[in-house]
Design a binder for this molecule. Structure first.
Ligand SMILES: NC(=O)c1ccc[n+]([C@@H]2O[C@H](COP(=O)([O-])OP(=O)(O)OC[C@H]3O[C@@H](n4cnc5c(N)ncnc54)[C@H](OP(=O)(O)O)[C@@H]3O)[C@@H](O)[C@H]2O)c1
Length: 343
């Protein structure tokens, strides 16, 4: 933005500029969280970075400063509500207020529902769903005090559709969407409509997420293609901060899946079950592991590196195209049958 409106003023809805706005990001030590921090720093925002791995947070904070933003790293485990409250207080103490909060931290445990240990299932719920609850509780009073602001929950297209071997993750992401819809209603009916609650629904993203996952499948994990760079989600979040909307897909495949799911849920459930069973596992075997579910993973790289595996991804992306086309034909057939039956 140029001209006299340039710059963020307290209480101003984040519909124009981000420079000078204070944004808290959880899960900022790698992947989408780090990419979002960079996107915001480039626009001059002050970012408060939270995750468990202190060293990685400092690396991300340093890069944010190089890009033009102010940044602080606040090591935080989002399963601890007191720590999340302290994170909010630290952000406000550092930059004077909080204008936006991004609940982004998450973990997953991959395996059949029967094979995922109860303790691990509980921990996935604690990080993904309760972490979002604690973040929202900590953020709202500060967003209110700032005269309004934006809270973004990074969910997944798996908040709308489902895929096998991801029961704990799917359940938490569906829960995050329901939580957001309810809190949004409550804010409106209690006269706090100047706080926006947004849900992001990304498809497969090129981050270390699948390398970080707890794995009980016995097989090497890969993200089902097509796989998009983390910057796609980061830019979606930036757009939401500037112009809040209830929900936004990130990645064209997420939009397509969401549309197909709404038109023909039973058919898409079958096709997606078939497709993801074939594409979320690589050719290699893997030992049982708890990944980063209980403790951070020492390897906190920003990119998942999946784009490097071109041949496999091209083959699987072609399979996605076939599955999508098949589903479209099936959806049309189901809609035609329904229309005829109603005549
Ligand atoms: N990658 C995908 O295909 C994809 C698709 C749709 C949605 N998403 C969503 O995008 C978000 C970011 O995931 P990503 O792909 O960027 O994966 P990632 O690189 O593994 O990032 C996960 C982040 O969460 C942090 N985290 C994990 N447990 C935590 C805890 N207890 N307390 C605080 N921070 C914790 C991790 O840092 P520490 O280990 O240092 O704590 C890391 O910074 C997640 O909500 C995920 O569900 C990802």
């Amino acid at each position: 933005m140029t001209g006299p409106d340039r710059g963020y003023r307290p209480g101003m809805p984040l519909t124009r500029a981000l420079d000078g706005a204070t944004v808290v990001i959880t899960g900022a030590s790698s992947g989408i969280g780090a990419a979002t921090a960079y996107a915001l720093a480039r626009r001059g925002a002050d970012v408060v970075l939270a995750a468990r791995t202190e060293e990685a947070l400092h690396r991300v904070a340093g890069r944010c400063r190089e890009l033009g933003g102010r940044a602080v790293a606040v090591p935080t485990d989002v399963t601890d509500p007191e720590a999340v409250r302290r994170l909010a207080a630290r952000a406000a103490a550092e930059f004077g207020r909080i204008d936006a909060w991004i609940n982004n931290a998450a973990v997953t445990a991959v395996g059949l529902f029967d094979e995922i240990p109860v303790e691990e299932f509980r921990r996935v719920v604690a990080v993904n769903l309760l972490g979002t609850v604690y973040g929202t509780k900590a953020a709202l009073p500060w967003l209110d005090a700032a005269g309004g602001g934006v809270l973004v929950n990074n969910a997944s297209v798996l908040a709308e559709v489902a895929m096998p071997y991801q029961s704990a993750y799917n359940a938490t992401k569906h829960g995050i969407r329901g939580l957001a819809d309810t809190v949004r209603q409550e804010l409106r009916v209690t006269g706090r409509g100047n706080i926006s609650i947004c849900t992001v629904l990304p498809t497969s993203i090129d981050t270390p997420f699948f390398r970080h996952a707890a794995n009980h499948s016995g097989r090497e994990l890969t993200p089902p293609p097509p796989v998009y760079p983390p910057e796609v989600v980061a830019e979606t979040i930036v757009r939401l901060l500037r112009r809040p909307r209830r929900e936004a897909y990130a990645g064209g495949a997420a939009r397509l899946l969401g549309l197909q799911w709404r038109l023909a849920p039973a058919l898409v459930e079958r096709v997606l079950g078939w497709y993801t069973t074939r594409t979320q596992f690589g050719p290699g075997v893997a030992l049982d592991s708890t990944g980063n579910v209980f403790r951070p993973d020492a390897e906190a790289a920003r990119s998942g590196g999946w784009h490097g595996r071109r041949r496999q991804l091209i083959r699987m992306t072609a399979a996605f195209g076939l599955a999508a086309a098949g589903t479209a034909v099936g959806t049309l057939a189901a809609m035609t049958r329904r229309a005829r039956a109603e005549q």
